[in-house]
Design a protein around this ligand. Structure first.
Ligand SMILES: Cc1cc2nc3c(=O)[nH]c(=O)nc-3n(C[C@H](O)[C@H](O)[C@H](O)COP(=O)(O)O)c2cc1C
Length: 176
């Protein structure tokens, strides 16, 4: 079979999800404010893109409620979650959860740069302004200029996502 005949239809969505699930990641909650209303979404597609200038990206499903909010806002925060925050990760990944009061159980403060919420108990936070939006299938890739970073818990340990489940680092991994 020639390369021209090979297409993405060979890969089933479920198989693709399972394979990508073997790629272990951290977990973030991305926040944005739209018309004075606070939005959030759990995301593990977060990654760094460039050091100079500092750029990061996150992929946002076009059909999610968060998509319209973050595009409209033009600025957003990335909150990298601590291992104690599984509950927050699950909550902000729950489709159809009520948006009113969704931060009631989460301690936050507001970024003066982006206007969006920062989670008090995050490991680190990054405040970003949208630099570029690239449509890619059913997601948009948001590339953000990093305006501010905060190393909130230098001793903290990350929440991990692997095979559709949450984990934490083993006890044999030293704190640093
Ligand atoms: C660990 C984890 C990581 C996720 N990462 C992403 C992501 O990177 N991008 C995305 O669009 N959705 C991601 N999701 C799904 C969203 O969190 C979920 O669809 C969310 O409820 C969308 O919210 P909304 O439709 O209420 O805006 C992830 C879910 C989980 C559990």
């Amino acid at each position: 079979m020639s390369q021209a005949e090979v297409g993405p239809e060979r890969v089933l969505a479920a198989e693709f999800r399972t394979v990508m699930g073997r790629f272990a990641t951290g977990v973030t909650v991305v926040t944005a404010v739209q018309d004075d209303f606070d939005h959030a979404m759990t995301a593990n597609s977060f990654t760094s893109v460039s050091l100079e200038p500092p750029l990061v990206l996150v992929c946002v499903e076009v059909d999610s409620r968060f998509h319209e909010a973050v595009l409209d806002a033009g600025a957003w925060n990335v909150n990298v979650l601590d291992e104690a925050q599984r509950g927050r990760a699950s909550w902000f990944a729950t489709k159809g959860r009520p948006l009113v009061g969704q931060f009631d159980s989460t301690r936050t403060h507001r970024s003066p740069l982006t206007g969006a919420l920062l989670l008090d108990e995050a490991l680190v936070t990054l405040e970003c302004r949208t630099q570029q939006i690239i449509r890619a299938g059913d997601h948009d890739i948001l590339i953000g200029e990093v305006l501010e970073v905060d190393l909130i818990r230098p001793e903290g340990r990350p929440l991990l996502w692997f095979g559709s489940a949450y984990y934490q680092l083993g006890a044999d991994i030293p704190r640093r």
